[in-house]
Design a protein around this ligand. Structure first.
Ligand code: ZN
Length: 323
């Protein structure tokens, strides 16, 4: 797998591809923005030497100095975005910025046993057959996912992160893929740093985590970007998106279609999330893909239930969906 080279994107914005220790996605786009008397970094990848080396050599080849980084902003609390934060903040001595909700979620991020427990619970409630449940929930915390610290600076929707010279990054809270997810809009160029909220080619997985309406949140957050009329979009994975609003519309349509497919399936005969998942996704998913597809399916079914399009019945601690 060859990584794209570090690039000067203009407008005082640079990007470095930091490789990730898994097949997909193969790298995260780290963005560096000139900010007053220093630099601001957006996202940082997982904590492993290949990623750290790529950032170091990327800075060198762009003619930038790492010690000029005064702020690290993280789009959301997933390991491919926040994983290396503790190491970088310690090495560079920079501020560490996330959405305010991330403060609470850091405890969850650090708590692998708690995550496994919630996953096992959902496996039982939403119908994963016992023979498969262990494989689906057999998770160990990876070496590239060390514990992280809470941010020392939090932001909320509408906050402006000062870049100097009257320029700023506007914080847009875009929950869905993760409830503390933020996008950042550059006041000078209109460019949107979209994190995983809007990605080219793939639609970010919307994982149910035991409560709430993550898909509803996600679709609302997409609609908001469409209403704003976002154009040039710098995503955290893959290539630059010229028309962010069109891409957001495509992803929204994908979910609208999947919702009506699943709604039809459920209204034909009572079923559970696991069965809907096996009928909706291609067969032979590996354990990680199966887990993500399962959690995404629950997000869809809960959206349909909250919308009144289907019902959910709790029978002896197991949820059945039907008309
Ligand atoms: Zn990601």
């Amino acid at each position: 797998m060859s990584l794209p080279p570090p690039r000067d994107l203009g407008h005082g914005i640079y990007t470095i591809a930091a490789p990730l220790p898994f097949k997909s996605p193969p790298w995260v786009n780290v963005y560096i923005v000139e900010a007053g008397d220093g630099l601001l970094m957006i996202d940082c990848g997982t904590d492993w030497d290949e990623g750290r080396d790529a950032i170091r050599s990327g800075f060198a080849s762009l003619g930038l100095t790492e010690s000029s980084v005064h702020s690290l902003v993280v789009s959301h609390l997933h390991l491919d975005h926040v994983g290396m934060s503790k190491r970088l903040v310690e090495e560079l001595g920079c501020r560490f910025i996330m959405h305010e909700r991330a403060s609470e979620l850091v405890d969850r991020y650090n708590d692998t046993p708690g995550y496994i427990q919630r996953l096992r619970q959902m496996a039982v409630v939403h119908g994963i057959p016992e023979t498969l449940a262990n494989a689906a929930t057999d998770i160990e915390r990876a070496h590239y996912m060390p514990l992280i610290d809470k941010p020392d600076h939090v932001v909320v929707d509408g906050d402006l992160i000062d870049l100097g010279g009257g320029r700023f990054l506007e914080v847009l809270h875009t929950p869905g893929h993760e409830s503390a997810h933020i996008c950042l809009r550059d006041s000078a160029s209109g460019i949107l740093f979209s994190g995983d909220h809007v990605l080219p080619r793939i639609s970010p997985v919307i994982m149910y985590d035991g409560e709430g309406d993550p898909l509803g949140d996600y679709m609302n957050s997409l609609q908001r970007l469409i209403d704003i009329g976002i154009q040039l979009t710098y995503p955290a994975h893959g290539q630059i998106v010229e028309r962010g609003d069109e891409r957001a519309r495509q992803i929204l349509l994908h979910h609208v279609r999947r919702l009506s497919d699943m709604s039809e399936m459920v209204r034909e005969a009572d079923t559970n999330a696991w069965e809907v998942m096996t009928k909706s996704f291609r067969p032979n998913l590996d354990p990680l893909q199966a887990r993500l597809a399962f959690l995404e399916t629950i997000s869809h079914l809960e959206r349909l239930r909250l919308d009144g399009r289907i019902n959910g019945y709790d029978r002896d601690g197991k949820v059945t969906y039907g008309r």
